[in-house]
Design a protein around this ligand. Sequence first.
Ligand SMILES: *[C@@H]1O[C@H](CO)[C@@H](O)[C@H](O)[C@H]1NC(C)=O
Ligand SMILES: *[C@@H]1O[C@H](CO)[C@@H](O)[C@H](O)[C@H]1NC(C)=O
Ligand SMILES: *[C@@H]1O[C@H](CO)[C@@H](O)[C@H](O)[C@H]1NC(C)=O
Ligand SMILES: *[C@@H]1O[C@H](CO)[C@@H](O)[C@H](O)[C@H]1NC(C)=O
Ligand SMILES: *[C@@H]1O[C@H](CO)[C@@H](O)[C@H](O)[C@H]1NC(C)=O
Ligand SMILES: *[C@@H]1O[C@H](CO)[C@@H](O)[C@H](O)[C@H]1NC(C)=O
Length: 664
Amino acid sequence: MTPPPPGCAALGAPRTCVPGPLAWSRLSLRRLLLLLWTAAASQGHPRSAPRISTVWRGHARQDHIDFGPAEPHTVLFHEPGSSSVWVGGRSKLYLFDFPKGKNASVHMVNINSTKGSCRDKRDCENYITLLEKQGEGLLVCGTNARRPSCWILVNDTVMLLGERKGYAPFSPDENSLVLFDGDEVYSTIRKQEYNGKIPRFRRIKGEIELYTSDTVMQNPQFIKATIVHQDHTYDDKIYYFFREDNPDKNPEAPLNVSRVAQLCKGDQGGESSLSVSKWNTFLKAMLVCSDAATNKNFNRLQDVFLLPDPNGQWRDTRVYGVFSNPWNYSAVCVYSLGDIDKVFRTSSLKGYHAGLPNPRPGKCLPDRQPIPTETFQVADSHPEVVQRVEPMGPLKTPLFHSKYHYQKVVVHRMHASNGETFHVLYLTTDKGTIHKVVESGDREHSLVFNILEIQPFHRAAAIQAMSLDADRRKLYVSSQWEVSQVPLDLCEVYNGGCHGCLMARDPYCGWYQDRCISIYSSQGPVLQSINPTEPHRECPNPKPEEAPLQKVSLAQNSRYYLSCPMESRHATYSWRHEKNVEQSCEPGHQSPNCILFIENLTDLQYGHYYCEAQEGSYLHEAQHWELLREDGAMASHLLGHTCALAASLWLSILPTLALGLLVH
Ligand SMILES: *[C@@H]1O[C@H](CO)[C@@H](O)[C@H](O)[C@H]1NC(C)=O
Ligand SMILES: *[C@@H]1O[C@H](CO)[C@@H](O)[C@H](O)[C@H]1NC(C)=O
Ligand SMILES: *[C@@H]1O[C@H](CO)[C@@H](O)[C@H](O)[C@H]1NC(C)=O
Ligand SMILES: *[C@@H]1O[C@H](CO)[C@@H](O)[C@H](O)[C@H]1NC(C)=O
Ligand SMILES: *[C@@H]1O[C@H](CO)[C@@H](O)[C@H](O)[C@H]1NC(C)=O
Ligand SMILES: *[C@@H]1O[C@H](CO)[C@@H](O)[C@H](O)[C@H]1NC(C)=O
């Protein structure tokens, strides 16, 4: 952790500095500046690090509500179209309701553990790990004091269904995925507490029970599983995404690799004693997320979100993967199910050099035909295909990469007022915030711009679960303290009148009758201009307002800086003093602020400073400062002020600094 500048309190509280010795040497200031410039100079790459421009913090009581006592593990279940969300906690099931225009409310039901075989207090709890709609009711499964069990909630009554192996783990932090499809249930949860430590992907309900061979995955961490109905029912697939230890033990090779595996949903198991209750159609491929141009590799898959094609073409389902690297920087890569399917259908097998048997490994057979033993044996001993799954687009590069450590992602497909389609990504950070990133354009030329940082909670905490309601345009998130509802169309956050509203380039927002409003709530045509490549249209008031004048008194020879938040990602920001441009920050500048340093204030440097944002022909005055002469300055006052500024600078350039040190 980098220490805060001397004399200041914690980094988290930049404005609460106490006066102290100004220990930042000129040298260190210069070095910081240099790094800032190096980073800015290397921003030519269009897909790097989206920048945060505006922050939203939620409305008290309407958008978030507390659990009361902390909930160390939470799961969410939200039925699209409803205003409420179910949350499973520790021996409790909550129903949070967010009625429109009213305060949120919460109802709670105890689901205590029945008698289990627990040892300590933590063990004896019933951590709810699964919530799933089942007919009229809600299926609730939990650890139940190490005796995984399920309940059903119907008409406000909870009924115990009994022990259910594979539906819930023995302890809450196990690596568990459960997938439902009609009457079939698939799970990665082990059934026995003490045997069977090797994780497997199983069919636990439905046709014959099947599991993966113990040799096909090495220490897997499961991320996401999905069922894909293909052109013929017999060809329906299960795809699941996971990380595992890299079989390549070369010291230069990454420790972990990310994978996608396929299984035929209609797999009946094999006919020989070895293959009889195993999946016979397992194959896995490597998921690549790297940028050849900058040689950046992101090997650790964190989360996956599948965005179905609006026309129902399964091959065009977009698979969004969030990856990280060893320094916890992130990248988002987008794949298509069609590409994944093609890799499994056409690639040769790693390490297998003879001709492939017929039917080839991984092929689904019609009419419940069993897979011949020879095909099983080849696939079972060579489960990895040679070809790797690469991102969509001609360059096969990440959609973008960033210095933030992203953990979860959901994606909303929306249409702006002119009918243009945008994919809006909501990414959770390890700081408990959500970044809204807009992807526009087609497969060949996608553009990414970052719009908003959302702080969904009252109390900063890690986001444990996130659920998207695409139709109602709401996001639900939980932390250990609270549950929040976040509207996707947050337009009131954009300041700066019509120009500020358009410059935010938020596809959910536009200018209508003197306000920046949601396109869904407007009564008439809204003014929108989203694509950075198109100049924005005229606002009703062509001349933007002037920025309010701010004054500061400074002694001669003092060191000072002026900071201007770069609210638009597409504008050039400059600091002007009288007629001269003293500092200019182009779009894509790494720091969220455009900073002008004054190292040693001379006579000529007093006076008026303007921060101006220019985008095409549109000029907007963002800041106006006047530096006044302060005679016989009180040293302590000055030091305190400089210190506060130093801390806020420190905060704003810290990420740049880290980037400079680690990447360049
Ligand atoms: C919501 O709660 C706040 C604080 O508890 C209260 O002041 C306010 O009147 C409530 N609003 C409504 C609509 O109930
Ligand atoms: C569950 O446990 C809590 C706390 O131990 C207790 O207050 C509550 O009455 C129990 N509920 C049921 C239904 O047994
Ligand atoms: C739940 O309530 C509905 C309507 O009140 C009723 O039709 C249904 O039978 C009830 N279900 C059960 C399981 O009691
Ligand atoms: C990945 O590597 C880490 C060591 O950095 C190791 O602890 C972990 O078990 C590996 N496997 C997975 C699937 O993450
Ligand atoms: C990366 O994040 C993980 C989990 O949040 C943390 O345990 C680890 O220490 C971080 N690594 C670095 C290099 O910051
Ligand atoms: C600032 O400039 C003045 C005059 O040029 C010089 O005397 C002074 O030492 C400088 N201050 C610092 C901190 O470099």
